[in-house]
Each structure stands twice: as C-alpha cells, then as structure tokens.
Write a protein that binds this ligand. Structure first.
Ligand code: B12
Ligand code: SF4
Length: 512
C-alpha cells in the first residue's frame, strides 16, 4: 500500500468501532475505493441470487416483513443490466442449488447464520461464487470466510458496485469493509418495483407488512445493541420527497385493497424514529397525506412529548415499538439506557399515548446476573397493569459486535456459541445464582403470563385497535405455549448443567 493509498483509506475511515472486527492481513483487504471503479453500467450482466435464510430455531411469525431490508437495499442499488432473483426461506421458497448464477449474495443475522453457512457451502461445492453480509458476519470475518468467497463488513451501499465489478472481472476479494469506503451519508431509496419483480411474493392486503425505512442508525450506546458499533452512530434521515415517492410506488406495486382495509400496513425498520425531532415532524406531515398505517421503533422519552404522539397518530402510526428493557432504573442504567428510559415516567407516558390513540408495544430483557424471579414477576405485572400491546420478553443475549459481547467474552460469561440459539429466547450466558433450567422455564412462564386470558382481555378492552390486539395476542399465546413445551421436553434446555435440575414434569405442573 503506498502512502497515497494509506491516506485515502485513512480519510475514508468511518466512525465504526472496528475493535470487534478481526482484521485480515492488509493484502486481502480490498483497498479499492472509488477511483478504480468503472462506470457501473459498463460491467457485463451478472445473474445474481439473493438469499434470506431461515434460522433453524427461528419461529414462524405472521408479522414477518415481505422481504429483508438488506436484500431490498441491494436490489435497489444493483445496476439495471444485472438479472436478480430472490429467495426467502422465511416464506418457504426453495433454493435451486443447480442454478447458473454468477453470484450468490446471502444476508445473515446471528440466529440464521448457521443456515446461511450451509447454503453458502452447498453453492461453493458446485463452484459458485458466494458473498455474505449482514450484522453477524461483519463482526465475525474469520468465521464467515471459511464458508464464502467474500465477506462484506458493514453497510454495503458504497462498496457494492466494486464487488460487482470484481465479480465480473474475476477478481472478487475475500473482504470488503465499509470503513475503507466513503461513509453512507444518505441511505438509498428502495426500488419497490424492481424488488417486486425479483421477489416470489405477490400483492398483499392490509394484514401483511411492507418494510420501509425513514431513517437509519442511532446515536445512543445501549450495551446490548449492535447498532452503535455497526453504523458508527451515524443517524441518516430520508427526505420528504423520497419518502413520498417510495410509499406511493410501494402502494401501487405491492398493495391490494380487500375487506381487511384500504390502507396498507408498513413496517418501519428504523432503529429509532425520533432522534431528529424537526425532521421527524416533517416526515410525519408527509405521511399524514399518504393514508397508511405503520409501526416503528422509537425511544420512550420521545413519546413523553404530546405533540410527537399527536403527529405520529395523525401520520398513521398504530403501534410504537419501545425498548423498556426493565422496570428497575438501576438495571436500565447498567445497559447505558438511562438517557432515554426514566422508569418512573413509563406508566404515565403509556397511558397518555393510549388515550391519544397510540398502542405501545413493549420489549423487556431478563438477565440472570441481575434479574431475580421477583423481578420477572414485576415485569409481568407491569405488562398487565399497562395493557401493553404484543409485549416481548427476551433473555439477555450478547450479540457479536455489541459492547456487552466484548465484556462478557472477556469475563468468560458466554457459555454457548451455538448461533442457532441466539433467538433471544435461550440462555446462552452463565447463570450462576440460580438453576439454569429453572431460570429458562420461569422466563418462559412469565412470557406466557404476558398473554394470559385476563391480561389479553384488558389489553383488548382498553387499547385502541382492538382487533389487532386480540388476534396478535392469541397467536403469541399459542406459539409461546409450544415453545415452553419444547423447553420442558428437553429439546431447548440450556447448555449449562443444572445444579439441582428439577424434573421437567414438576416445572410443567407449576406452570399450570
Ligand atoms: C427492523 C428490525 C426488526 C423488525 C423486523 C425484522 C426483520 N425480520 O426484518 C422486528 C421488530 C420484527 C425485529 C425483530 C427481532 N429483532 Co430486530 N432489528 C431490526 C433493526 C432495527 C433494523 C434491521 C434492518 O432492516 N436494517 C436495515 C438494513 C438495510 O440493514 P442491514 O440488515 O444491516 O443490511 C445492511 C448491511 O448489513 C449489509 N448487508 C446485509 N446483508 C447483506 C448481504 C450481502 C450479500 C451484502 C453484500 C451486504 C449485506 O448491507 C445492508 C445495506 O447497508 C435491527 C438493527 C440493525 N442495526 O440491524 C434489529 C436487529 C437486526 N434485531 C435484532 C434482534 C435480536 C431481533 C429479535 C431477536 C428481537 C427479539 N427479542 O425478539 C427479533 C427477531 C425476529 C426475526 N426473526 O427477525 C438484532 C440482531 C442481532 C444479531 N447479531 O443478529 C438487531 C441487530 C438489533 C440489536 N439488538 O442489536 N427486528
Ligand atoms: S436506543 Fe435502541 S437502537 Fe439505539 S442504541 Fe439503544 S437499543 Fe440500539
């Protein structure tokens, strides 16, 4: 690498926390940046297959997005001469391993990465070129490189053209790292028309969600979250015009009106919608003209302001997804979430939102090093008292790339790295204070408690959008009972040995 190149790489370095990335020797790093890029339309046409794998322990959910946003972005930024096909295992699409593809692109998160590796291996046995990307492989280059020809670390927008060029020229590099390319300052518009053509899904009615984003990134630093170390805490907001255009196209191409409603349901995949208030208000004003319904992640502190709630409801927001994590302030503080989450304000804010027409969905974590059985009961009571919609309970899972992963790994607290289990419902960290099997079962039991009939009844009676509350509650109730049975039958028992393993039957009885 010459001095000029070194400077170039240095000046392109993004605010990524690269400590978690395992760096390959410089000779295998693509030092490409943009100056060696040919006009993208001059590259020979490639036949590309994009795959979204389904994790082996990933549950079926009725609310899955129609396509992975990662794949949506890649389709939208791939020059038009290339031929694209999509396969989504979450919808049961079969994979044609004998297809004559020039390139297979696979996206992976931790919970589906083992399956992603199987698919990659299968294609490579047939001599096909495979590139992988996504939040898991970005932080596990050494692991991923054994299964594919190339690993993309970080956001793909500014390096994808180079990958395609290298494939066409037979010069695919083992690694392309976003931090060696210009930072992604503007997130691209999705090309809904092209995604629709490449996808095996047809039009949908108001019961299925169409994914879209208004913003990308989050400036906060919650220790269990991948985002800050992945996007370098860069917060990007789309313009009013691009949003309107995407919504109009998505409606025209993907949506059909049925008896279930005339307004399409959009799943916003934003990490945190409310970070830039004035731009968010602008966006909400545009959305108010679009006649859609949507859900989005947003921190609870932003909902403390009535004007924000009013704007969201007017724009069509039916459900705000909120990470409460815990009802104990000291625990929230430990996760570095105190800037957003004031536990003493939770109930007041939820009540106000409900009265103004906004359902609040809640996400909670339980951590065997901190949370006792009494804490689990307190969370269940909180969910019941506040009529939360679609509440989710997770067992703390240190995902690679998070601040917490680094800390837990260093302290030897991670006992299970079978990535299939990283669904956030399995105990993969040390459980020293209590019996691991009992902790797992009690966690499931409290999660099911979020969906006991008396809680569902109140949720439906007191919340806006009663039908959605009822239907989603009944689906969750059934799925969770199935999951508990798997744990009790030993199929999903935690890997660590129970000190005083209770007979499954006794725990089952206790569960009622
Ligand atoms: C929206 C969202 C959801 C939505 C929709 C999920 C979905 N299926 O699409 C809902 C609410 C349903 C959800 C649920 C869950 N989620 Co979620 N979610 C997100 C969020 C906020 C945005 C994801 C997104 O669409 N981003 C936009 C796309 C464009 O970004 P991207 O996928 O990173 O893709 C870019 C690059 O990675 C790269 N890339 C990706 N793939 C590929 C492939 C190739 C070939 C190439 C070249 C490049 C490339 O290029 C893309 C463009 O730059 C992320 C946060 C995050 N930063 O990822 C968490 C996140 C993905 N979720 C997470 C988790 C843990 C969950 C749950 C387990 C939570 C729970 N307790 O239940 C469930 C699992 C449900 C499931 N089966 O997927 C974790 C995953 C951690 C990990 N390492 O795997 C994340 C990272 C948040 C966190 N805690 O840090 N989630
Ligand atoms: S506020 Fe949400 S997206 Fe932002 S760092 Fe915390 S958990 Fe991640």
């Amino acid at each position: 690498m010459n001095a000029e190149n070194a400077n170039l790489l240095g000046s392109y370095s993004v605010a990524h926390s690269s400590a978690a990335h395992s760096e390959p020797p410089l000779s295998v790093v693509s030092q490409s940046p943009v100056e060696r890029l040919l006009p993208p339309e001059s590259i020979r046409p490639l036949k590309i297959l994009f795959v979204t794998p389904k994790g082996k322990k990933e549950e079926d959910t009725s609310q899955k997005a129609l396509f992975s946003m990662a794949i949506g972005v890649l389709v939208s930024i791939t020059p038009k001469q290339h031929i694209i096909e999509l396969v989504d295992e979450l919808f049961g699409d079969p994979i044609n391993f004998d297809g004559d593809y020039d390139l297979i692109g696979i996206t992976a998160r931790t919970m589906n990465v083992t399956r992603a590796y199987e698919i990659a291996d299968e294609f490579r046995r047939r001599g096909r070129k495979v590139v992988m990307g996504g939040v898991h492989v970005s932080f596990n280059y050494d692991e991923a490189k054994a299964h594919c020809d190339s690993v993309v670390c970080g956001e793909a927008e500014n390096l994808w053209a180079k990958v395609l060029q290298d494939v066409a020229l037979g010069d695919l590099q083992p690694r392309y790292d976003a931090k060696h390319f210009p930072p992604v300052k503007d997130v691209p518009m999705l090309d809904y028309e092209r995604i629709f053509k490449a996808s095996k899904r047809g039009k949908v009615d108001a019961r299925k969600s169409i994914p879209i984003y208004m913003t990308r990134g989050c400036p906060y630093t919650c220790t269990f979250c991948v985002t800050p170390n992945f996007t370098g805490r860069l917060y990007r907001v789309q313009s009013r015009d691009t949003i309107k255009e995407q919504i109009e196209t998505a409606k025209r191409v993907w949506f059909q009106e049925t008896k279930y409603g005339s307004e399409p349901w959009f799943m916003f995949t934003d990490e945190n919608l409310g970070v830039n208030k004035s731009k968010m208000y602008d966006i909400m004003d545009v959305l108010a003209e679009c006649h859609i319904k949507f859900s989005s992640f947003i921190s609870i502190n932003f909902l403390e302001e009535e004007e924000t709630v009013r704007k969201l409801v007017k724009a069509g927001c039916v459900m705000a997804l909120v990470g409460f994590e815990s009802v104990n302030q000291a625990t929230v503080d430990q996760y570095d979430k105190w800037k957003m989450n004031a536990v003493s304000n939770y109930a007041k804010t939820i009540k106000k939102c409900r009265e103004m027409g906004l359902n609040i969905q809640g996400n909670f974590l339980t951590n065997p090093a901190i949370d006792t059985y009494a804490d689990m009961a307190a969370v269940e009571k909180f969910v019941d008292d506040n009529y939360l919609m679609m509440p989710i309970y997770s067992i703390l899972t240190p995902y690679p790339g998070t601040t917490m992963y680094k800390e837990y790994k260093a302290k030897g607290l991670i006992v299970d790295e079978d990535w299939d289990k990283y669904t956030a419902h399995n105990l993969v960290i040390k459980c020293e204070n209590v019996d691991p099997m009992e902790y797992q079962v009690r966690y499931m039991r409290h999660f099911i408690g979020f969906y006991k009939l008396s809680t569902i009844f109140k949720r439906v009676v007191f919340n806006p959008n009663k039908l959605i509350n009822l239907v989603t509650s009944l689906i969750f109730r059934r799925n969770l009972r199935d999951q508990l049975n798997s744990v009790l039958s030993g199929k999903k028992a935690p890997v660590q040995q129970s000190k005083t393993l209770q007979p499954a039957a006794a725990l089952a009885e206790e569960n009622g």
